[in-house]
Design a protein around this ligand. Structure first.
Ligand SMILES: [Fe+2]
Length: 244
């Protein structure tokens, strides 16, 4: 247990798969509090460097999943790119002594009006932060509240790790509950190469700042929601971004 609140339990998730050399990806479950059982998928990206791991968009894994994670290396860092994510960061901080690097966004439960934060990050990310990952830089959406960012890796033609901004749910998957299967398509979430509709509505980023994504050099996107986009990612996201 953290000093703030009990850690959320591990929920259903898949296998950790290697998507690029030293970059792994795993899909798990996000469950929203409320009267309807709204559950859908979310992803964690794992970056390995010299036997040490940085977890981006953390998802708490089962004991078997943690055994597989431990086989990859030692967890040393957690990077939180999305102000609406982070519920499992305290678990990894506590279990591994991981250093928590977060966008400028309080750790509030749910969508958190008036609640106490459940974690204080070790480092709040800004443009000058020297990241624990080589060939990496941050792109922060300064107009969004809470904070949000992208991690851009200068490898393989450019790999973007995204939080809620760039999503790729072409279809619902096995982690979606029935209400989520029905409601989320109607709410615009189930669309390939999408800009997160919930994020835009609540965090209210400036459209011009989102369009700036098209000035970046990248070929792949590893999103927090939906499948990895491998190859031609900028072209694939261009219609959604230009259509804002
Ligand atoms: Fe999300």
């Amino acid at each position: 247990m953290s000093k703030f609140r009990p850690f959320p339990e591990a929920q259903e998730h898949g296998e950790i798969t290697e998507v690029f050399p030293d970059i792994h990806f795993v899909t798990g479950t996000a469950a929203m509090a409320g009267r309807l059982p709204m559950r859908f998928s979310r992803n964690m990206t794992i970056i390995r460097q010299d036997g040490r791991l940085t977890l981006v968009n953390t998802v708490r894994l089962s004991e078997d999943g943690l055994t597989a994670l431990d086989a990859l290396g030692d967890v040393e860092h957690v990077i939180r790119l999305a102000g609406f994510h982070g519920m499992d960061d305290p678990f990894y901080q506590s279990r591994y002594g991981a250093r928590v690097w977060s966008v400028d966004a309080p750790y509030l439960p749910g969508f958190g009006e008036g609640s106490e934060p459940y974690l204080e990050p070790d480092i709040v990310l800004d443009d000058r932060t020297e990241l624990p990952v080589k060939d990496a830089r941050l792109v922060l959406f300064k107009s969004a509240t809470p904070g949000e960012g992208l991690l851009l890796l200068d490898r393989e033609g450019g790999i973007v790790v995204s939080g809620d901004c760039l999503q790729n749910w072409a279809k619902t998957d096995r982690y979606f509950s029935l209400p989520a299967r029905i409601l989320m398509p109607m709410m615009g979430f189930i669309k390939a190469h999408n800009v997160g509709p919930g994020w835009r509505k609540v965090a209210k980023p400036d459209t011009a700042e989102i369009k700036g994504v098209l000035d970046l050099d990248f070929a792949h996107v590893l999103p927090a929601h939906g499948a990895p986009v491998i190859g031609n990612a900028k072209d694939r996201f261009t219609p959604a971004i230009n259509g804002l």
